[in-house]
Design a protein around this ligand. Structure first.
Ligand SMILES: [Fe+2]
Ligand SMILES: [Fe+2]
Length: 331
């Protein structure tokens, strides 16, 4: 008689948690990469309505042009964002490959904004070149934003809010451009059929769509880590929520230009941040309010030893609820 080995259910080791999260994160990366290559495969030089930008360029207000230029400056820092992350992620395959492909998509954005400014006839090649050179004087590093976020988990939690804020800003700018063109804020049937909005709004629409995809992949990763490393992930998210600032004004050659344009246009205000960035992210993570989120952070600290993957769920009010066997324990 050969008896079956006895399997004792014990707490998950740190290594087992990281390994399981890594398998799921790799699957998420592959889905992201697939969509990026097959669906979001547009090229700035071929797939934007440059002639329409030329035709309507003089309708854009100076503030709108300044906003596009500021976002051009932030997007031009792409090599810094990528280099900083790669230093840390190069041994974590799924995260390194996601970071590389994310950077590939981001590089299209500065190219796009440059085309918008040039083809709208609002900046000369020389002006763009000197602006870009001035923007390169500064270097972005996560440790300068917050040394406690300078780790693989910090990167995705920060990225989650950053990408949502970026999507929101670009989508608002897209609507503003349409209003200045004298059009309704949402595209008509003809624009929908051809797959790109008119002129500069088409450029902002394409870039915003990428930013939404970046937000989605960071959300998926944060949700994975919430399951496997709940306490650590909640603590990191809280740190991001407490300290988040955007856009990274100090990276720009003339930060006051963006601050003033944002104030005059009300494109992005503290209230809009709370409503359209912070609360949206909280809701997507499954929390009904900031108070509920804080409650989950506190509960996770108390329960940390018993929070094994699959043995709990976090309710919308922040309570951590143990699951019975039939609800998923051991699955
Ligand atoms: Fe971008
Ligand atoms: Fe992005």
């Amino acid at each position: 008689m050969v008896s079956m080995p006895i399997v004792l259910r014990g707490p998950w080791t740190r290594e087992a948690r990281e390994r399981a999260a890594s398998v799921e994160a790799r699957e998420a990366f592959i889905r992201y990469f697939h969509k990026m290559m097959k669906e979001r495969n547009w090229l700035p030089w071929d797939d934007l309505p440059l002639d329409e930008m030329r035709a309507f360029g003089d309708r854009l207000s100076d503030d709108t042009v300044k906003l596009i230029e500021a976002f051009y400056g932030l997007e031009s820092q792409v090599a810094n964002y990528v280099a900083d992350g790669l230093d840390m992620l190069h041994k974590i395959r799924e995260r390194r490959n996601l970071h590389l492909s994310w950077g590939l998509e981001e590089l299209k954005h500065s190219e796009t904004f440059e085309l918008v400014l040039a083809h709208s006839g609002r900046r000369t090649r020389e002006e763009l070149e000197s602006f870009r050179a001035a923007a390169m004087e500064r270097r972005w590093r996560m440790r300068d934003e917050d040394p406690d976020l300078d780790n693989p988990l910090g990167f995705i939690c920060y990225g989650l809010l950053q990408e949502r804020a970026t999507f929101y800003n670009y989508d608002e700018l897209r609507k503003r451009i349409r209003r200045e063109y004298g059009l309704p804020t949402e595209p008509g049937e003809e624009e929908r059929e051809r797959g790109v909005e008119i002129g500069a709004a088409g450029a902002l629409g394409r870039v915003a769509n990428d930013e939404r995809a970046h937000y989605d992949i960071f959300l998926e990763l944060v949700q994975i880590y919430l399951r496997y490393l709940p306490q650590e992930t909640l603590d990191t998210l809280q740190r991001v929520f407490d300290n988040f600032r955007t856009p990274a004004l100090r990276l720009l050659p003339d930060p006051a230009q963006l601050t003033e344009a944002l104030e005059r246009t009300m494109l992005y205000t503290p209230l809009k941040y709370v409503r359209n960035v912070r609360n949206v992210v909280l809701d997507a993570l499954g929390f009904e309010s900031t108070r509920a989120f804080d409650c989950a952070v506190r509960a996770a600290k108390q329960l940390s030893a018993s929070l094994d993957p699959g043995t709990f769920r976090i309710a919308r009010n922040g309570q951590i609820i143990p699951l019975t066997d039939s609800e998923g324990v051991g699955k």
